[in-house]
Structure formats: structure tokens, C-alpha cells
Design a protein. Sequence first.
Length: 131
Amino acid sequence: TAADKITAYHDGLQLLADAQAANPAWADIDHKRAKFYARIDEVTEPGHEALARASWLKALRKNPLHYHAREEYARYLIKQGRVDDAYAVLQDGLHRPMTNAARAVFRDLSNQIKPLIDATRQHQQETPLQK
């Protein structure tokens, strides 16, 4: 039921808060909170998209090398149509030490969205904003 969903959601948030209190420096808790917010609906948690983005940013501030947080945040931004932001997140990751496998994922994802970014920028230059 809807009530069960809301109860489970709040229980999950409480578990994450408890984990955060026990280990505030652990970036994975913020990453999991971001995933939690990303999967909930606007009725259950108004503003959940902004909460998800803020949680991923917090995770990456705590641990800029958190591969999964960076990749999932970039994919989330792409789904939201924020490809410029996703590209920036990936490029920042490519300038940090990481495994070859992680580097390949970031590079491939960057290469997939780069043409869209370039096309959008070209379109914006060709069609100036009307006043």
C-alpha cells in the first residue's frame, strides 16, 4: 500500500541516518542515500531529485575517488537531461587516479554524450535567444 511504501521509505532514511551517525566520513552512505532519493517519487518526497543530487555531491566531496557514486551520479544526470553536468562529473573523474576499468567506463560514457553536448551548443549558437 501507499502507507507501507512511505513507512518503508522513512525506515530506510532512518537506517541511513544511523549509519551516518556511526561513521560520518563514509561516502558510501551518502551514495546509498542518493540512490534512495533517486528511486522515490515526488509524492513521497517532494524535491527528491535535488536531494539525490546533493547526496551524490556530498559523497564525491567526501571521496572523489568513489567510482560507483561518480558513475551512477553521471547516469542519473543524463536521465534528467543534464548532460553537460554529467560530462563535467565524468571528466573530473578522469583526472583522478582510478583503475583502468573505471577509466574505460568514464571515457566510454563521456564519448557517448559528447556529440549531444556538441550538437546542443552548436544549435544554441545558431539560434540566438529571442528577446
